[in-house]
Ligand binder design. Structure first.
Ligand SMILES: N[C@@H](CCC(=O)N[C@@H](CS)C(=O)NCC(=O)O)C(=O)O
Ligand SMILES: [Fe+2]
Length: 356
């Protein structure tokens, strides 16, 4: 099984990718709207088909990535039937399972933070995705969105603490950077819900949290009641208009060699290898301008901006850094040639100055 914990620093949200590697099928729990390009890149690079995005609840602090991913990678949207959200492809009920390849998640209703909260438990009960119900040494607040401290106490004790002690707990947020806990650990050490603390102790604690409302609440809740369909975001996916440029999971805008060859006359190619490599055995792309990487930052001003720029090096590493330098210099239409001259040559594309 493939498992990735992904973090959105703006809202301190964790998203979780689970996939059956052999079947190539994936689920993504609690995606974040603005992280959809990153998530789509990871799916593409790992060769995974995203079957469903799943929400643990209607988030109040960030817009869900469910709808944004649906329009990018044609995933379906699953939310709890109790959530009140409209526009989902599937409404989940307690006990139901969501399959990916030969694995599945089981839906476990854990209301309290919101009425429709659920925890997703992996088939072998080794992992539980608790949303904002049980957090690491904490729990979600219960003072808005039909929050109910008594319901939360029961959800945690009856539904989560009844899982094996070794079951790992993965929450939707952590504001201190903690990443994972376990049922046994939280049963003993959770300062609100663990040890001998009673339901009344818990309610007393929760009634005195005194937290300000999340800053994004007025934007997030209405959008999430439409599965993350943000107002004004009706247009197709925003992407560079000058070519088939992909953002990698590493955060680099990249373009494939064949397209570059076919469009050489409408591009400016910057070769950032050393001069002896430019004139070396691999040759260079016809018309490529030689600006070694070490001099690029100081020479970025002399690069003509009339055409989009393609950065090239031997294998695509130094030129990736070149795109970062050029973007920092304010040039937006720039992409890295994937695989560099090595892939260019392997695909028998046109070169000049080569010695073989
Ligand atoms: N400062 C954060 C607050 C986020 C917040 O209130 N988070 C909720 C989950 S949606 C919560 O339950 N927090 C628990 C806590 O902070 O202890 C923001 O403005 O977004
Ligand atoms: Fe929440």
């Amino acid at each position: 099984m493939i498992f990735r914990q992904l973090f959105d620093p703006q809202s301190s949200t964790y998203s979780y990718l689970l996939a059956d590697a052999e079947a190539g099928e994936a689920l993504l729990i609690d995606p974040v709207f603005d992280e959809a390009p990153r998530d789509a890149a990871l799916l593409r690079e790992l060769g995974l088909k995203l079957l469903y995005t799943l929400e643990t609840h209607i988030h109040a602090d960030h817009v869900s990535g469910a709808w944004n991913l649906k329009r990018r990678v044609a995933s379906r949207i699953a939310v709890s039937a109790e959530s009140g959200a409209e526009g989902a492809d599937r409404y989940l009920k307690d006990g139901e399972t969501v399959q990916f390849g030969r694995r599945y998640l089981q839906v476990c209703a854990t209301p309290g933070h919101t009425k429709g909260c659920c925890t997703y438990v992996l088939d072998d009960r080794t992992m539980a995705f608790t949303g904002d119900c049980l957090l690491i040494r904490g729990c979600g607040r219960t003072d808005f969105q039909q929050g109910d401290a008594r319901a939360m106490y029961r959800s945690v004790h009856e539904r989560i603490f009844s899982l094996p002690d070794s079951c790992l707990v993965y929450p939707a947020h952590d504001y201190r950077g903690l990443m994972v806990s376990s049922v046994g650990e939280e049963r003993r050490f959770n300062p609100r819900l663990g040890g001998e603390l009673s339901e009344d102790d818990f309610v007393g604690y929760m009634n005195n949290l005194g937290l300000p409302h999340p800053k994004q609440m007025d934007i997030a809740v209405p959008a999430n009641l439409k599965c993350g369909r943000r107002q004004g975001a009706e247009e197709p996916v925003e992407s560079p208009d000058w070519g088939p440029i992909n953002l990698t999971f590493a955060g680099i805008w990249e373009v494939q060699p064949h397209w570059v060859q076919e469009h050489l006359h409408e591009l400016r190619v910057i070769d950032v290898r050393e001069p002896e490599e430019y004139d070396g055995p691999l040759g260079h792309i016809p018309g490529a301008e030689s600006i070694p990487l070490g001099t690029l930052a100081s020479r970025a001003g002399e690069v003509a901006k009339d055409l989009p720029l393609i950065a090239v090096c031997r294998a695509g590493g130094r030129s990736a850094q070149a795109t970062v330098i050029l973007r920092k210099a304010g040039i937006e239409r720039v992409a890295n040639l994937a695989g560099g001259m090595l892939r260019w040559r392997a695909q028998h594309l046109v070169v000049e100055g080569n010695r073989d």
